[in-house]
Design a protein around this ligand. Structure first.
Ligand code: GDP
Length: 290
């Protein structure tokens, strides 16, 4: 996958300017980690680790602490495998998440990303209650050079649209079927039942390769709390963090991966069709601690 550096607003830029490792440096670092949305627990954990390494290695230069911080972040990010499993044909990808997080846009960008690698894609609009979302998704799919399966009428059973999408992928020999799903927060139990039915029906035709949960990187913990039902019940295999363009909250990525134990697989960093990248811990750590 394309390796591109992230502009995380340099949340941790301007640190480590003191000539020696002193209390001021540790205080500034703590404030910066909290500010970058690492959260209090992870901030404490990282600081404890750095302090003990500084003692153990007798580090006196703040530049070395900075390097250690970058390595620590990278190691933690790399603890989870970011590889997308798309080798089956068709590889069925369910995309789930609360409305407004950037799900439709992400599917469009993801379809484009895949067609750019010469993989054929069909997109299924199984969020059948939002007519505008269906149109938006179809427009994105067309721009991406992907096929699209739309509901025949508003409110059609989402599972039947998902089924038709996979059926068409099989008939056409399409590499990847991406299925959009509903994200209405108000009806959590109904939504999880609906999703379970989509899974059941799709699995009659093909195994589900990935369930990607889209999270808005600017909403932090609140966004995770809202998506909790998906995390608990949807069999999520990977996270997509959106809206990280220009965000100073890049620590959220590490925090959410550690907290949920689910790997980050894609990062959205803009509203354009090319603004989605794979997740590379090394590049991300470099961007976070420039
Ligand atoms: P959905 O309701 O989850 O399907 O959300 P949409 O895909 O319609 O996106 C909601 C809004 O977020 C739209 O205005 C998108 O342009 C915007 N958006 C989505 N992804 C990104 C991103 O990575 N960066 C930025 N800046 N905006 C995004």
């Amino acid at each position: 996958m394309a390796e591109r550096s992230w502009s995380l607003g340099g949340a941790l830029r301007g640190l480590f300017t003191t000539p020696v490792v002193d209390d001021e440096m540790w205080d500034d670092l703590e404030a910066a980690l909290i500010g970058a949305d690492f959260g209090p627990d992870l901030t404490d954990e990282i600081l404890d680790h750095l302090r003990s390494e500084v003692d153990r290695l007798r580090i006196t230069d703040p530049a070395d602490v900075k390097r250690l911080l970058r390595e620590t972040i990278e190691e933690r990010l790399a603890a989870h495998d970011p590889t997308l499993r798309l080798s089956e044909r068709p590889a069925v990808v369910l995309v789930v998440g609360v409305n407004g997080v950037g799900k439709t846009t992400t599917i469009g960008k993801f379809a484009k990303f895949l067609t750019g690698y010469q993989r054929s894609v069909v997109v299924g609009a199984a969020d059948t209650f939002r007519a505008a979302a269906v149109d938006q998704l179809a427009t994105w799919a067309e721009r991406a050079g992907a096929g699209v399966v739309r509901p025949q009428q508003q409110g059609q059973d989402p599972a039947s649209v998902a089924y038709q999408t996979v059926e068409r992928a099989i008939a056409d020999g399409t590499d990847i079927a991406i299925i959009d799903t509903a994200g209405r927060l108000q009806t959590k139990a109904g939504l999880m039942d609906e999703l379970a039915k989509v899974r059941r029906v799709v699995e009659k035709l093909a195994p589900i390769a990935e369930v990607l949960l889209v999270l808005d990187g600017t909403t932090g913990q609140n966004g995770v709390a809202q998506a909790q039902a998906f995390i608990e019940h949807a069999g999520v295999t990977g996270l997509v963090i959106t809206k990280l363009d220009g965000s100073a909250k890049g620590g959220f990525v590490l925090r959410v991966q550690q907290q949920t134990g689910i790997p980050i697989k894609l990062i959205g960093q803009g509203e354009g069709i090319g603004d989605l990248t794979g997740f590379t811990p090394h590049v991300f750590a470099q961007s976070l601690v420039p």
